[in-house]
Design a protein. Structure first.
Length: 303
């Protein structure tokens, strides 16, 4: 049974999460709420799979003392701090639409394309923007926010949402701005959102899945993303992609470890305090405030 699960879990969770999203839309829920609820379904499925076929038995969201912090960051970042960039985008949308119609610039989004090609365009734009904003977060000032995501010492599904509110605000703004400017259909953007959320959650999961090797060159698998969480800077400064790996392949930053059981997640000099509320302030205060060491060895990208 477990052998079968190792082969089917990954594709099955992707399909069930997308089916959950489509079902929730069909029964009349808003796209935003459907993405949220389908993501919850997705995380529960991954959580159960982590119990059945863990990659490493010592990793568990139930035994990780940081799990409550992970949940608090996920809720606060997306549901509260995330409202700020969404409000900015909503008001920007009105101004941009007015400006473009004044200049007689219309039809930036190719509505005449087949829906599949439009979806592919959403995917392409999302992945290009995600890759560069993620690389930016590995540099200088932005690293102080992104380090929260990387200081986790074990991988499981809750680590996906362990993102600082400051990083989430930047991410929502830059990922959605191209679609606001181009007037992209919201339905397609939300549909891609649940797809990338699903792959993102799976990328952090503590599950021993068997996948064909070529998959690591197509999508962000646990092997690909666990390597990005490695304490080893050579791996950490690689694998920046969100859902598909083509940007890492194009820019030569894809690195596949032999086995993600050998990856040790974490950062060498962790300046974050232990409690959620202090973690929110940590990037903005001197390291000495929390008696933490500087993070000099982590700044900048090593090639
Ligand atoms: Zn990163
Ligand atoms: Zn991650």
């Amino acid at each position: 049974m477990k052998t079968v699960l190792r082969y089917v879990a990954y594709p099955l969770i992707v399909v069930l999460s997308l089916v959950a999203y489509v079902y929730l839309r069909e029964v009349g829920l808003s796209a935003g709420l459907s993405v949220f609820l389908a993501s919850v379904v997705n995380m529960v499925l991954i959580g159960l799979t982590e119990i059945a076929i863990p990659l490493r038995k010592e990793w568990s969201l139930f035994k990780d003392w940081q799990s409550p912090n992970d949940i608090l960051h996920a809720i606060f970042s997306t549901e509260f701090a995330g409202r700020i960039p969404r409000l900015i985008l909503a008001s920007a949308s009105i101004s941009i639409t007015a400006y473009l119609s004044e200049k007689n610039i219309t039809g930036l989004w190719p509505t005449h394309w087949h829906i599949a090609w439009q979806f592919a365009l959403v995917a392409l734009i999302s992945e290009v923007v995600f890759y560069w904003q993620h690389r930016m977060h590995h540099r200088s000032f932005f690293w102080r926010f992104h380090a929260l995501h990387h200081n986790a010492e074990q991988m499981h599904v809750l680590k996906s949402g362990r993102l600082h509110a400051g990083e989430i605000m930047v991410r929502i703004l830059v990922l959605n701005l191209p679609f606001v400017v181009m007037g992209s259909p919201g339905e397609l953007v939300f549909a891609y959102g649940i797809f990338s959320n699903t792959l993102g959650n799976l990328g952090h999961a503590n599950i021993a899945v068997k996948l064909p090797h070529f998959m690591h060159y197509v999508v962000v698998t646990p092997l690909v993303h666990h390597a990005h969480h490695a304490i080893d800077p050579e791996f950490r400064n690689s694998n920046f992609s969100g859902a598909f790996t083509f940007m890492d392949i194009i820019f030569g930053t894809l690195r596949l470890p032999q086995d993600n059981r050998l990856i040790q997640p974490g950062i060498t000099e962790d300046f974050y305090p232990k409690f959620w509320l202090w973690q929110l302030f940590a990037p903005l205060l001197p390291n000495s405030f929390f008696n933490a060491k500087p993070t000099k060895s982590l700044q900048g990208e090593s090639k």
